[in-house]
Design a protein around this ligand. Structure first.
Ligand SMILES: O=C(O)CCC(=O)C(=O)O
Length: 231
């Protein structure tokens, strides 16, 4: 798995989220989404940062996700010992959203042209099956170690416009782990249903400060995994 991730810049882990954990997220996420809709209306891809704007609801199953052994082990292989939790987000797009242009989530860390190993990953946990029809995240493999300029990115955008092979199918209870540098962007949601996902962002130890969480959350994280946050 780690080789596949390193080569392509992303990997899908099938059926790693327990059913009851998935059901809880699916039930509780709309509470946050609906509040965001009041502010943004139905335009494009909207994000809700659970750290920045609100305390987590006490029964939102974040500890269960942080304790997920399969995800934890792979992230540790990718980011190394003492990696950190940086963000917890919900992304969603309503039917007929605007396409989101291909982009990278991380700027070059140095002006020199050095290719660095992965220092930040995004764990996408879909709340509905992600596919081309509902505008699932488009990802361009092997772009995490390239620094493309705007013209090159636009060329790729035009080339892949109707190509469904850049939209990895990620079913519910599975997750996708992406190097945030890999070019990606939400497609157009042509289904009748909202497309949403929970996103957990982890970084290498040196990239972000340790985030403070509630005691409640902290002590519900397995002892060996508490290094990702602080109280
Ligand atoms: O909504 C999506 O599928 C992708 C959103 C995303 O990753 C981003 O905005 O950076």
């Amino acid at each position: 798995m780690v080789e596949k991730f390193n080569s392509n810049g992303f990997v899908v882990l099938e059926n790693v989220i327990e059913k009851d954990v998935f059901n809880k997220i699916k039930t509780l996420a709309p509470f946050y989404i609906e509040r965001t809709l009041h502010r943004h209306e139905n335009s494009g891809n909207i994000l809700y940062n659970l750290f920045r704007t609100d305390n987590l609801m006490y029964d939102f199953p974040i500890p269960e996700i942080l304790n997920n052994e399969t995800i934890y082990k792979l992230v540790k292989e990718i980011l190394g010992f003492n990696f950190r939790l940086d963000q917890i987000l919900i992304f969603f797009s309503e039917p007929n959203n605007h396409i989101q242009n291909l982009h990278s989530d991380q700027q070059k860390l140095f002006s020199e042209n050095i290719i660095l190993p992965t220092s930040k990953v995004s764990i996408q946990i879909p709340l509905v099956d992600f596919n081309f029809k509902n505008g699932g995240t488009r990802i361009i493999p092997k772009t995490h170690k390239e620094s493309l300029n705007a013209i090159a990115i636009e060329k790729i955008e035009n080339k892949i416009e109707r190509d469904n092979s850049f939209t990895p199918k990620v079913n519910t209870k599975s997750c996708l782990i992406r190097d945030v540098r890999a070019l990606h962007g939400a497609g157009i949601n042509k289904s009748k249903e909202r497309r949403a996902m929970l996103v957990i962002v982890y970084t290498k130890e040196w990239l972000s400060p340790l985030k403070t969480v509630s005691k409640d959350l902290y002590f519900n994280i397995d002892k060996d995994k508490r290094h990702v946050v602080k109280i």
